[in-house]
Design a protein around this ligand. Sequence first.
Ligand code: MFK
Length: 552
Amino acid sequence: MTFTQTAPQLANPYLTDRVLQSAMRRMLPHALFEHFHEQANELGQAVADELYPRQLRERLLEPVHTPFDAWGQRVDEIELTPMWQTMPALTARYGLVWHGYDGAKGVHARLFQFGLVYLCTAGNEFWSCPLAMTDGAARALIESGNERLLRRALPHLTSRDAATLWTSGQWMTETSGGSDVGGTETRAVPGENGQWRAFGRKWFTSAATSEVALLLARPEGNPPGTAGLALYYCEPRDAAGRLRHIVVDRLKDKLGSRKLPTAELQLEGAPVELVGEPRHGVRMIAPVLNQTRLWNAFAALSYFRRGLQLLRDYARRRQVFGKPLALQPLHHQTLAGLQAEFEAGLHLALHVAELMGKNELGALDERHRLLLRLLIPIAKLLTARQAVAGISEVIEGFGGAGYIEDTGLPALLRDVQVFSIWEGTTDVLSLDALKVLRADSVWSAVHASMVSLLGQAGGEGEGDSAALRQTLERAHAACDSAAGEAQARGIALSIGRCFALALLLRHAAWSLRAEGDRRPLLAARRFAAHGIDRMQAEDPTAARLLATDELE
Ligand code: MFK
């Protein structure tokens, strides 16, 4: 009988996640931590026992769009995969959106919610995408103060009953591009009773099956550019489930996230309603962007952790050169590096969730509000880059098996790539961060926050404090220089790595004291050794010549 390798197994991702457990123990009040522990344990068990085996079983299934019925009638039906059909029940049961709005959890509501989101996202086949937009829509409606829409939609968007739960889409991207939203061509024409009609083509509408959507359109007569756009609310289907003056051209043929029905839509007079004033649509949809970007960070980390968890399990089962891979010193180096990146990234995302929870209850001063505004795009872009690089390494860690489709592993690599693209690419988010940084008071918030974090890290942070200070000073100088735009990615990544390291050091000091665990400190040392300064050495002219490959 020839040798047969046993497959990696996925244990409860919560019970095996030292980093999440330890962070939550420090960050949540004791009673709330107990509650989180119980919920996370149950959800983690569902991921291991039900969702993961189902992901493997349904690997090849995809949503199907049927444009016409047998008689030529336009129907635009979208049949979801069986797993997707069970997701409203999972959402309601674990309150994946609801927890974020649960007043009883006070400023910890977001931390609690995102802890659960992180645990289940790698197991829910991008169902987290419509949930992120649902959360964002709820937030945007709250911030708009539109009482009618709040009464109508908020109870559904935050429902704990699968029968009444609604999800929301976000229709922004058009053929002119996803980054430069000012070029939006969709028009809105006023009709009767406060209703408007929208005409245009939406090119990337994730989760075309959602019950509501927020979209940008230009009210007729408004000027071009971002300021002339307005934010609209749409209920795409009538009571019988038929689309209302909307045609689904096709579902996107994507590299990954293939269970997610991302569609191209034609709006042919779709009934829509103004959310606020008939202008400043980007400003009004910004809460959706901020919310979904934080979801994106936790989603990227969820995938990164899924890869690490499977690889760690595999290393115990896999014998090479006479002993398990888990006992090979070179493999230790590879896994340790991945673990350090993951660990720092998770502390950054959790910190942002904590700030968000405080902000929503008015518990942040102006300095910390600015810091939150800055750290959302930075956490999104840093964790996405970490996850893309990390999962590539994970796939390699499996050797040839990682390259074989029916192990389920290659899908991780395809799926994770989207996190650095949607909701703003690394470069677009770096430019967003640069805009924020160029407001003077943000830098004072950055520096003050770093001093505070290092103070809390105590002796554990002493060795790194000079490097952290110098890196932030270099980023500050680059930001203020004429070459700031060309340096934006390096600036954003460096600030992200500085915060991730300082947060990890602070946690390490606590963990040594409270848990007698020195692993967070080892992770911090390792992360610091990977470097925190990501500023580009290349001057802009040299970069232009190399980028275009043209003669001077
Ligand atoms: C599973 C994980 C979950 C993930 C869900 C994924 C869903 C996938 C669906 C998509 O991918 S949808 C497409 C996503 N598209 C983007 O994210 C757009 C990327 N582009 C940007 O973010 C640009 O920076 C942006 C369009 C916002 C810039 O446009 P402009 O024309 O340069 O506008 P500007 O002047 O920067 O901002 C206009 C206003 O909005 C300003 O306010 P004022 O009017 O008061 O001056 C800005 O301050 C405000 N603003 C912009 N971004 C903001 C913001 N305010 C708060 N937070 C922000 N992030």
